[in-house]
Design a protein around this ligand. Structure first.
Ligand code: ADP
Ligand code: MG
Length: 477
C-alpha cells in the first residue's frame, strides 16, 4: 500500500515587545530568575491585565503580510489547565475569534511553488519555565517568561512531507524577522513549533489520526522528528495497529518520538471569554497605520534583486534570506560601483563562509559593506589580484584595518610593471630548459608549470593576465 503524509504546523512566535502582553514587566531574555515577574505575572489576587497595544500592531503586521483577514473585533479567552509554571491556572489566549484569519504563504521546494493555507494567528501569553537542573530533586520555577506575548500561527494540514514542513517553517521564520516582530531565536525559545502528523492511504480524502510532536527546537530536528513519526505510523498501520491521537515528545539524542500525554480536546480546557478583558477592537485607521510600516517583503525583494542586479534565483535567495543580509549587499553594491554579480559572489562566498566559520550574524561582521566595497575597488583598479584579495579579506576580518591599509602593510600590492614581470619570466625560462624543450615539442600542459613558477617567484603578486601574455610570447617556438 502507498501512504500519503499530512502535516499541519502550530508555530509560536514570541513577539518582540519590550514589556509583557498584559503587564509592564520587561521581556528581555536572560535576566536572573523571577526578576521580571510583577504582580500580574505571578497572579496575585486582585490584579487586572492591561493589554499591550504593540502586540496587536505586530499581529496585524503579520496578518497583512500573509494577505489574511484581520478581525476588527477579536476576543481574549481563558484556556484553563493546571501546571506549576502557570500561576493563574489559565492562559490568556484567543479561541473563537482570533485577531488574524485565513492567510496564505507560498513556499518553494526544488523549484516548485506551493501555497500553504494559514488557518489563523492568535495572540496569547507564554507560561513560565520549570527548571529541573540544580535543584537537587526539586523543580525550580522561573516566571520571567510568564505573560510574554506570543503569536500562535496555525497552518492548514497542507504539507505532504517533512521537507515541505521545514520549507514552510523557514518561510515563516524569515517573514517574522523581516517584519521585526520576533527575533526568531530558536535556542532561546522565541520561535517554536509543534508538528501535527498523520498518514493515510494514497487517494483517501479523509484525514488520518494525528500525533502532535512537541519539543523540536531546530529546523533539522523538525525534519527528523517528522520523518521518524511518519515511519512509526506506517509501521503501526501496516502491522494491523491503530494510531492513537496523542501528544508525543521528540528526543533528539535518540532521534525518536515517545508518548507524552493523550491529546486533550478543546472542552478539556473549558475555554470562556476572559471577563477581565474587553474584546480587542481595531479601527480601520489603526490597520492603515500598521500597513504603512510594512517593509518590502522577502518575495518582492528577491524578484527585485533578480531584475535589478541580474542575479540568479539562487543568489537572490541567499542574499535576501534576512533583511540585514540584503541591506549589506545593497550597501556594498552602491558603495563599490562594482558589478553587482561580483559583489554577490563575495557576499555569498568569502563573507558567508567566514560568518559560518566564526558563527557570526551579518550584523557582527568585522568587515563592513563599505570595507568590502573598498576591497573590490582595489581589485577593479588592479592594485591587488583576485586571489590575493581573499587574503586581504581574511586580514580585514581579523580587524587589522581596511583594504588599503592591509595591502600596504602586508605588501600585497599587485605587480603590474611589465618590465619587472618580464625579468622574472625570463629567469624562470632560463632555469627550466627541460620543460621548455618538452613544451616546444608539444606538451602544452606545461604552460601551467611556467605560470606557477612565475607566481611563486612573485609571491602571487604578478598580474596574472600579463604573466600569461608574456609567457605565451616567450615560450612560442
Ligand atoms: P489543536 O489546537 O487541538 O492542536 P487544531 O484542530 O487547531 O487542533 O489543529 C492543529 C493543527 O493540526 C493545525 O495545524 C492543523 O492543520 C493540524 N491538523 C489537524 N488535523 C490533522 C491531521 N489529521 N493530520 C495532520 N495535521 C492535522
Ligand atoms: Mg495543537
Amino acid at each position: 500500500m502507498k501512504w500519503e503524509t499530512v502535516i499541519g504546523l502550530e508555530i509560536h512566535a514570541q513577539l518582540a515587545t519590550k514589556s509583557k502582553a498584559f503587564s509592564a514587566a520587561a521581556t528581555k531574555y536572560g535576566a536572573e530568575p523571577n526578576t521580571q515577574a510583577c504582580a500580574v505575572d505571578i497572579a496575585l489576587p486582585g490584579v487586572l491585565p492591561v493589554f499591550n497595544k504593540q502586540a496587536a500592531r505586530m499581529a496585524v503586521k503579520f496578518g497583512l503580510a500573509i494577505g489574511a483577514h484581520i478581525n476588527h473585533r477579536s476576543v481574549f479567552a481563558r484556556k484553563n489547565y493546571f501546571y506549576p509554571d502557570l500561576p493563574k491556572g489559565y492562559q490568556i489566549s484567543q479561541y473563537e475569534l482570533p485577531i488574524v484569519a485565513q492567510g496564505k504563504l507560498t513556499i518553494e521546494l526544488d523549484g516548485v511553488e506551493k501555497v500553504i493555507g494559514i488557518t489563523r494567528a492568535h495572540l496569547e501569553e507564554d507560561a513560565g519555565k520549570s527548571l529541573h537542573e540544580d535543584f537537587h530533586g526539586m523543580t525550580g520555577i522561573d516566571l520571567n517568561r510568564a505573560g510574554t506575548p506570543l503569536l500562535e500561527i496555525v497552518s492548514e494540514p497542507d504539507m505532504r512531507s517533512a521537507k515541505e514542513a521545514v520549507a514552510y517553517l523557514k518561510k515563516i521564520h524569515e517573514l517574522v524577522r523581516y517584519l521585526e516582530i520576533c527575533d526568531g531565536n530558536m535556542q532561546e525559545g522565541s520561535f517554536r513549533c509543534d508538528a501535527n502528523v498523520s498518514v493515510r492511504p494514497l487517494g483517501e480524502t479523509k484525514l488520518g489520526t494525528r500525533a502532535e510532536l512537541k519539543n523540536i527546537n531546530s529546523f533539522r530536528f523538525v525534519e527528523k522528528a517528522i520523518d521518524y513519526e511518519i515511519e512509526r505510523q506506517i509501521d503501526l498501520l501496516e502491522g494491523g495497529g491503530k494510531v492513537v491521537q496523542e501528544t508525543r515528545l521528540y528526543d533528539s539524542d535518540q532521534n525518536l518520538t515517545r508518548p507524552m500525554r493523550s491529546k486533550e480536546e478543546a472542552n478539556d480546557y473549558r475555554y470562556f471569554p476572559d471577563p477581565d478583558l474587553p474584546p480587542l477592537v481595531l479601527d480601520a485607521a489603526f490597520i492603515k497605520d500598521v500597513e504603512r510600516t510594512l517593509p518590502e517583503l522577502p518575495a518582492a525583494k528577491r524578484a527585485r534583486f533578480i531584475k535589478d542586479y541580474g542575479l540568479s534565483a539562487y543568489d537572490a535567495g541567499v542574499l535576501t534570506a534576512t533583511r540585514e543580509m540584503a541591506d549589506y549587499y545593497e550597501q556594498a553594491v552602491k558603495a563599490a560601483g562594482a558589478d553587482p554579480k561580483i559583489v554577490a559572489n563575495w557576499v555569498t562566498g568569502e563573507l558567508s563562509s567566514c560568518l559560518n566559520r566564526d558563527n557570526k550574524e551579518i550584523g557582527q561582521s568585522p568587515v563592513s559593506a563599505a570595507m568590502l566595497a573598498g576591497l573590490l575597488a582595489r581589485i577593479a583598479d588592479n592594485t591587488v589580484s583576485g586571489k590575493l584579495a581573499k587574503e586581504v579579506f581574511e586580514v580585514m576580518w581579523q580587524g587589522l584595518g581596511d583594504a588599503d591599509a592591509v595591502i600596504d602593510k602586508k605588501g600585497l600590492k599587485q605587480i603590474t610593471d611589465g618590465a619587472a614581470i618580464e625579468k622574472v619570466v625570463d629567469a624562470i625560462i632560463a632555469q627550466s630548459p627541460k620543460q621548455l624543450e618538452q613544451y616546444r615539442a608539444g606538451k602544452e600542459t606545461l604552460f601551467g608549470f611556467f605560470v606557477g613558477q612565475v607566481m611563486k617567484a612573485t609571491q602571487g603578486k604578478a598580474n596574472p593576465a600579463q604573466v600569461n601574455e608574456l609567457l605565451k610570447k616567450k615560450l612560442a617556438p
